[in-house]
Design a protein around this ligand. Sequence first.
Ligand SMILES: NC(=O)c1ccc[n+]([C@@H]2O[C@H](COP(=O)([O-])OP(=O)(O)OC[C@H]3O[C@@H](n4cnc5c(N)ncnc54)[C@H](O)[C@@H]3O)[C@@H](O)[C@H]2O)c1
Ligand SMILES: [Zn+2]
Length: 650
Amino acid sequence: MTAETYRESVALLNRYAYHYYVLDNPIASDEEYDRLYHDVLAYEEAHAEAVLPDSPTQRVGGVPLEGFEKAAHRSRMWSLEDIFDAEGLQKWLERVAKLVDNVTFYCEPKFDGASLNLIYEGGRLVQAITRGDGTIGEEVTQNVKTIRSVPLAIDYDGRIEIRGEVVIFKEEFDAINREREAQGEALFANPRNAAAGSLRQLDPKITAARNLVFLPYGIGENTLDIPLLSKRMEWIYALGFRKPPLHRVCEGYDDIEAIYEEMKVTRDDFAMMLDGMVIKVDQVEAQEDMGYTVKNPRWSVAYKFPAIEKMTRVRDVILQVGRTGVVTPVAIVEPVDIEGVVVERATLHNFDEIGRKDIHIGDHVIILRSGDVIPKIIKVIPERRDGSERAVERPTRCPVCGSELLDEGALIKCQNLSCEARVVNAIIYFASKQCLNIDGLGDKIVEALYRAGLVKGVIDLYALSLEALLELEGFKEKKSRNLLDAIEKSRGTACWRFVNGLGIEHIGEVASKQLCDTFGLDFPDATEEALLAIDGFGGEMAASVLEFVRVNREQIEALRGVVQPAAPEQKAEAAENPFKGKTVVLTGTMSRPRPEIKTDLEALGAKVAGSVSKKTDYVIYGEDAGSKYDKAVSLGVATLTEDAMKQMLQ
Ligand SMILES: NC(=O)c1ccc[n+]([C@@H]2O[C@H](COP(=O)([O-])OP(=O)(O)OC[C@H]3O[C@@H](n4cnc5c(N)ncnc54)[C@H](O)[C@@H]3O)[C@@H](O)[C@H]2O)c1
Ligand SMILES: [Zn+2]
């Protein structure tokens, strides 16, 4: 880095920080920001005399937003130094060891949200202030009073600053964005921006509607005489604050690496977004001895997780035709490595989404890949356009069969029932895990069978012969026999798998099970009235079943004759118990996977629903229960811990 690129980099970082902290609308990925930040830091370490006073390394956060009263923190709020790997951890531990002896470390998640300082006096919450520049932030007390996990009163008389992170749970974030999408509003890029934006609303009603959650991570000014941070945090949790899902006191390197790995692999299971783990020296006296740099405590460090969001560019948008004929646009992007997986494409869902996100070919975009979900573009950066970008055109002809497309607005469909893409995808779906579960019948093989003219619909699978398969390229005897065996084995499959495999629009696995539980193999004869009587079946679903049966009755009968699905077993009536006939919702982390508990409850005759309403009888909650629990409380629905549930069954 030269003196000139250094100055440019500082200016660029400040521009990124402004969009990130002040506007809650980033124009760079965190990964990109962090990389540039560390380059700047390296330059400054070698050129101490040249450090610019406005360098982001010299200050915390952003500037308070206009429109809010500003308020001073009683003691300063800090940022955190980052480390990214085992080597960084090793070095940090060495630095700690030079400054203090015999310390242990408190490790907990780094929550990805907005920092907040709560000031309590005489047992009451008197002020809530955003971090701002670390010294002065925005007064958001009225907004914060709407957050249910912030106690308005605590059992402690002294003055104390309790610091923590305001987050939005992932589920809630998706719900907010779905709602914004329906309203045609701009979507939030990620839960962090949504949390920060919701906290800094001039109208507390908006904040109240967002289901924010406060997670404490530390203490500012205080007169406590508890010598360990971990014990101070226990004390805080006991005041009525939420506990982090995973936290532990560690002795040193090995322990810290172990909890870091644990957190990293389970992070998708947490209700909130984490972007790393924070390590803190546990002994408060040692913390004081170590002190602070201009920006960070020396006694703490953020051990970041590998980035799941990265910046890339859209090279092209291609079209895929699914089994229902829906044409889905897919972005082809410049390959980027996200947690060891090279991402080259991202789903765009539909053409409305392209319009709403204003995606052009050639655009810089932030792409997200987390868990096993398909990578998606979360944001376009229009600030980076150079004029060479091209709009994505709506197609009028099927890219596979060439027939004219039906443009229904959000959805564009190929209506040609014998379009190769539709037929092939319908067969792939029929054979997939959640349907007939035919091993070895993957995309490539279905395509080969179709192209060879051996299979024109699912029913033809059951007429395949060894001789015919052996004629195909790459089909040796063993492979062919295995495939035929797998197809043979799918005869007599469960009724619901058969129904699911038909691929009726709006009828997924759950609805297929309900159809079979209610009508058995006679579902094609169900009346509209009977369909609507099924719990959760709306008009659209019922109409879809009726229409499918009307058009395909003969094929269903023929296929049923060949596949011979098994009729569902009659469920034995459950013995009397407190949950029989009750509607129950499960939430939070339990001692066993929730689907197992759900199955047990269903065997007891309970109905296990996905969302809480006035009709819910019980909400059974585990650790870190979130919005469902809160909703139950606000609706006056009875709540039970997992243990309480067990006791009721004894
Ligand atoms: N994309 C962008 O354009 C852009 C711009 C600026 C900053 N950033 C991101 O922000 C980061 C730096 O910003 P920062 O100083 O706000 O945050 P930070 O990542 O340096 O971390 C400090 C903050 O972490 C939070 N935190 C969460 N859990 C915590 C815990 N258990 N203990 C202590 N603190 C905890 C606190 O709010 C604290 O203020 C960068 O690494 C970058 O990823 C991105
Ligand atoms: Zn077509």
